[in-house]
Write a protein that binds this ligand. Structure first.
Ligand code: 6PG
Length: 229
């Protein structure tokens, strides 16, 4: 695991996305409020050979303000000048369980029948150290035989059901990239990434570690303030 602290981690995140896009990678995007700037900065790349996926989605229509797809559409997809990437959004509007079944089918059909391997898995970290829509202590953390699962009760705002990739798929990513900023995340960052911490179901971010690939954690100074580097 490499931790990079900078004034503006969105810049390095955008560079990783641009390079992956131009290499024709399968990239899972994240939601929340943090990644918009990185998406905007990455929009200038050649995305024509890339394929977009998502780590999780809120169960709302794709044009809803809460939609993770909508964030990526407005800050990235709609801003691409040339040919657009192939897009596999999570159909959250179908509800958490049907939405998860549908997304799992899309992933297995495109990337193979076994556990699909994504090239880049971009993730945020919640203030409670949740990751994608895998919340502290929830049953979804135990799921090993599914690619995607539904979550009826989000552990944190917005309190809408979710669809999320499972831990095995996140950990199988060839390059796992966390983008986290702000003082409000400092405690979660320490719980998820401090080297002297044991992995814990109370901090799902601590359970995401690459099985064979690599992992880069991009932080600003505020988010990194409780981490001893
Ligand atoms: C979601 C996410 C979630 C997010 C973190 C950080 O749909 O809510 O994908 O895991 O990345 O909660 O979100 P913020 O950037 O809003 O702090």
């Amino acid at each position: 695991m490499e931790v990079h602290v900078s004034d503006n981690p969105a810049v390095e995140c955008a560079a990783i996305l641009r390079e992956a896009a131009e290499a024709g990678a399968h990239i899972a995007l994240t939601g929340g409020s943090t990644p918009g700037k990185a998406y905007e900065l990455a929009a200038g790349a050649d995305w024509s050979a890339a394929t977009l996926w998502w780590g999780d989605e809120r169960c709302v229509p794709p044009d809803d303000d809460l939609s993770n797809f909508r964030l990526a559409k407005e800050s990235l997809i709609d801003r691409i000048d040339g040919e657009r990437p192939e897009v596999h959004r999570i159909r959250g509007e179908r509800g958490p369980h049907t939405g998860a079944d549908d997304y799992e089918r899309q992933l297995r059909e495109t990337l193979g029948e076994q556990m699909p391997r994504l090239d880049v898995v971009l993730l945020g970290l919640g203030p409670d150290a949740h990751v994608a829509s895998l919340f502290p202590g929830h049953e979804t953390l135990n799921v090993r035989d599914r690619v995607a699962v539904g979550e009826d009760e989000a552990g944190l705002e917005p309190f809408v059901p979710r669809v999320t990739l499972t831990l095995p798929v996140l950990c199988d990513g060839r390059h796992i990239v966390f983008l986290v900023s702000g003082e409000g995340k400092a405690d979660a960052v320490e719980r998820a990434f401090a080297e002297d911490r044991e992995p814990s179901r109370d901090a799902p971010g601590s359970l995401v570690r690459p099985r064979e690939g690599r992992m880069t954690v991009l932080l600003d100074e505020a988010a990194a303030s409780r981490l001893r580097l």
